[in-house]
Design a protein around this ligand. Structure first.
Ligand SMILES: [Zn+2]
Length: 292
């Protein structure tokens, strides 16, 4: 008698955007604390999770995306590394399963600096995981997390978890860091600032010919709730009102333009479209395709 299989398929999935290959990579998952959700009652959270067959607390994917364009390789997001427990920190393994090694990465693009996005830039010894990569981050995120006055004003938990962690990552990359604003930052990839969740929160638009993909970072954390209710914000949004406005604007644009999106917390592999539904929106996940 053989043992029941216990391991899932490797955590990568490829999609072609024109001649660009985008590979979703899983860093694992986290079980969200619904206490951080604002502008929504606990009863409504429970009702939506029940209606959409989701566990409570909601289990969120943590994704990153490899972009291979014109012979070059970029990684969008670095995951959480060793810092957030055994359900996360799978990014390098997923990447290697997909045939790419950390040393192959020439550019790392971050959507913002938060533990589940940027802590994986370094290993447990504090060394850079991507030694050959230039690290590109929006200048407003680098400025914010480096701001001593903002750090001093933050409560203890945020000071350690966000400010100090971001500073450690920036220090490890030293001269490899380049700040960005908007426009083309890599072949076929444009930075699109979407401030609110953090001051420098940035989406990346991958485009080639008529095909495109908006990798929207943390536009939503709990898809079932914030796509339906874009006004639901998070305790750790830097500017909750701006974050809600931006979320609605992006969902509206994606629905109007029939734009394909991908997200760091959209269920893996995270490719979907957006349609209007009632006062809010709904995600339509893309079907699994055999052919890249
Ligand atoms: Zn975040």
């Amino acid at each position: 008698m053989s043992a029941a299989p216990g391991r899932q398929a490797p955590g990568f999935y490829r999609k072609r955007i024109g001649d660009v290959v985008v590979t979703a990579l899983s860093d694992g998952y986290l079980d969200a604390d619904v206490g951080v959700l604002q502008n929504i009652s606990r009863a409504e959270i429970d009702r939506i999770l029940h209606e959409t067959f989701r566990p409570s607390p909601p289990r969120l994917s943590v994704n990153a995306f490899l972009v291979q364009a014109k012979g070059r390789t970029a990684l969008i997001e670095a995951g959480s590394g060793h810092t957030m427990g055994p359900s996360l920190g799978k990014l390098v393994a997923s990447m290697e399963d997909a045939g790419t090694r950390p040393a192959d990465i020439e550019t790392v693009l971050l959507t913002h600096m938060h533990p589940d996005h940027s802590n994986g830039l370094t290993d447990a010894s504090g060394a850079a995981v991507y030694p050959n990569a230039e690290l590109l981050i929006h200048e407003d995120d680098v400025r914010h997390w480096s701001d001593d006055a903002a750090m001093a004003a933050a409560p203890e938990r945020k000071r350690v978890r966000y400010f100090q962690a971001a500073r450690a990552q920036l220090a490890a990359y030293g001269g490899q860091l380049r700040t960005i604003r908007d426009g083309e930052v890599f072949p076929n990839v444009a930075a699109v600032p979407i401030p609110g969740h953090t001051p420098g929160h940035t989406a990346y638009l991958v485009a080639d010919g008529n095909d495109s993909l908006l990798i929207w970072g943390d536009t939503v954390h709990v898809p079932e709730i914030q796509v339906r209710h874009p006004d639901v914000t998070l305790d750790f949004d830097s500017d909750p009102a701006a974050s809600a406005r931006m979320r609605r604007r992006i969902l509206d644009m994606a629905a109007t333009d029939r734009l394909r999106i991908a997200g760091m917390h959209v269920h893996f592999p995270g490719f979907a479209h957006v349609v209007r539904r009632g006062e809010g929106f709904e995600l339509v996940p893309e079907a699994w395709e055999m052919v890249v």
